[in-house]
Design a binder for this molecule. Sequence first.
Ligand code: 3EB
Length: 333
Amino acid sequence: MRFAAVVSAPELAPFSVRYEHDASHDAPGTLALLQFGEADCPGDPRALRVPLRPLRAAPRECWQVDAQVHCGREGALRWAAGGGWLFVALNVHEREHGGIEGAAEHAYSVLCGWVAAREERHLLRVWNYLHAINQGEGDQERYRRFCVGRARGLGTKGITRYPAATAIGHHDEEGLLQVYALCAAQPGEALENPRQVSAWAYPRQYGPTPPSFARAMKLPNGSLAISGTAAVVGHASLHDRDATAQVSETCINLRALLAAASLPEFDAGSPLKVYIRNAGDASAIEAALATRLGASVPRVFLQGDICRSELLVEIDGWSSQPRVRTAAGSSRS
Ligand code: 3EB
């Protein structure tokens, strides 16, 4: 008889995300509290000001674990960990790194180097908010330079399995790059969208280094972290200058991802972020979404520039695992 050596992965505590007005950073089990466009909250490393302006009354985004949370700062990096999950965030200033490319390389190098030494070493989901994302022509466009620096920062730390991601342009402080991430002590499963060419395989016309992200990440708890999703089919942008049609196409892309993950429709457990380039499109986008998403699906509307100038709207978010009926008839999530 042969015995396999089993190195058991640490059990993960339940992890959930929800939107809540007036949420407090010191509620038990808070891993992160994302505050859109609000004043900075310097006291607690978990309370992160996100440099995007809400276009509607915006709740805060709370990441919660059923576990004790420890948090701290190390240099520019801030973190919180508990129950096998880790929130980590970094604000970098381009002027200290010779521009967006150097800032991105630095941010990823610091973040990945720090995460690699932790028990929660699996980088699952990353958000990137950079200033003036579409400025510059051709391969000098700032988003493309960001992609070059990000790939270099990831590569020098040996990351070859891409996280799910969002990259959006902000109109806040010039030169500010914010990167924050969710990591865990167990790996996730990266998923691609059957309607889209994988971003890391985009053809040369979109830049010298293709974007380093997966379309979604199935988290070790079965939930799905959905990358920024726009009206991209194959590798082409569709519905130029038509925000409503871009919303429809984006929703088809989102449903294709849910199907690929064997998850049901979005519901009250699926908080979504809607990034809108032109504030003047907000009402049309809101109305278009109302016909395609159930009223119970939580959503926030943020002003943000999408990484291709022809794209007017992008959506990211979470979809939680369906509740499982236990033998006793009670339900658990
Ligand atoms: C796209 O499909 C739209 O560079 O991290 C979406 C999500 C997009 C993430 C990134 C870019 C990123 O290509 C843009």
